[in-house]
Design a protein around this ligand. Structure first.
Ligand code: F6R
Length: 260
């Protein structure tokens, strides 16, 4: 794992935006894996700004989001379809026909999950997967004890995840219990992945992901098996790491010889 520690949230987010921009510029028809959540919002804003001001184009890009709540129609204001539309898609030139999310309102969510995997395979697999991390160590909605060999499927959300996401819904009871999510093995099959984490609330999960034992108890720790995983942190999210001197020695100031 490459661990890049940036001075603050803004710098971490710009570093992640650099990687997306370089990927899409070098390979305009790249297949991106996209994430939602609060951490990603400033990243999408930065990419939209680069589209407006620097001509960064997504016209040939294909995207697959990690997850979607079960039971929410795409036009539900709290669906991840709506999130992506508002936060990113409507601000850039991506072809809506190539911007995919799992179908949370499908009559048979398990069949829709298998179709989603097939769609990713038909697109040639994911070139760059963006990830956030839950305070409980989840990636996508692969909650603790998720199979490390899992593919896209239906997952039951933990109470802690529902509580963390309750802020977007009227009440805890209204917060969905189930989601379709790419599996851990789906994520590991991406050719490269970038996980962005900011703020001290993520410090413990980040430590368990990077330096803890490989364990389904922290699904993000499976990224230790990924051949090209970059973890981008601000100082707060890096606060519980032990080998910080080493990371800063290898990547001073969060620089990466592959990009700088
Ligand atoms: C969302 C997703 C989740 C989030 C994670 C962090 O598509 O896959 O794993 O990345 O829950 O969410 P925030 O950024 O809101 O803390």
């Amino acid at each position: 794992m490459k661990v890049l520690i940036l001075p603050d949230e803004q710098a971490a987010m710009q570093r992640a935006a650099d990687i997306v921009a370089r990927t899409v510029t070098a390979t305009p028809d790249a297949v991106l894996g996209l994430a939602t959540g609060g951490t990603m919002l400033p990243l999408y804003e930065a990419l939209a700004q680069r589209h407006r001001e620097d001509g960064l184009s997504f016209t040939k890009t294909t995207s697959f989001n990690l997850d979607e709540y079960i039971g929410l129609a795409p036009d539900h204001p709290c669906s991840y379809h709506s999130y992506m539309q508002e936060a990113f898609f409507r601000h850039v030139d991506i072809d809506p026909a190539r911007a995919h999310l799992p179908k949370g309102d499908a009559p048979d969510p398990q069949a829709a999950s298998l179709e989603y995997e097939a769609l990713i395979a038909a697109a040639g697999g994911i070139d760059l997967q963006l990830l956030g991390i839950g305070q409980n160590g989840h990636i996508g909605f692969n909650e603790p004890t998720a199979s490390l060999g899992s593919r896209t499927r239906v997952k039951t959300l933990t109470t802690s995840t529902r509580r963390a996401n309750q802020r977007y819904f009227a009440s805890f009871e209204d917060t969905p219990r189930y989601a379709i999510t790419m599996g851990v093995a789906t994520i590991l099959a991406s050719r490269a992945c970038v996980l962005l984490a900011t703020g001290d609330a993520k410090a413990d999960a980040v430590m368990r992901m990077v330096e803890g034992p490989l364990s389904a108890a922290c699904p993000a720790s499976a990224l230790q098996l990924h051949a090209s995983a970059t973890v981008i942190l601000d100082k707060a999210a890096a606060g519980a790491l032990t080998f910080t001197d080493y990371y800063e020695n290898v990547h001073p100031g969060g620089r990466d010889s592959a990009f700088d």
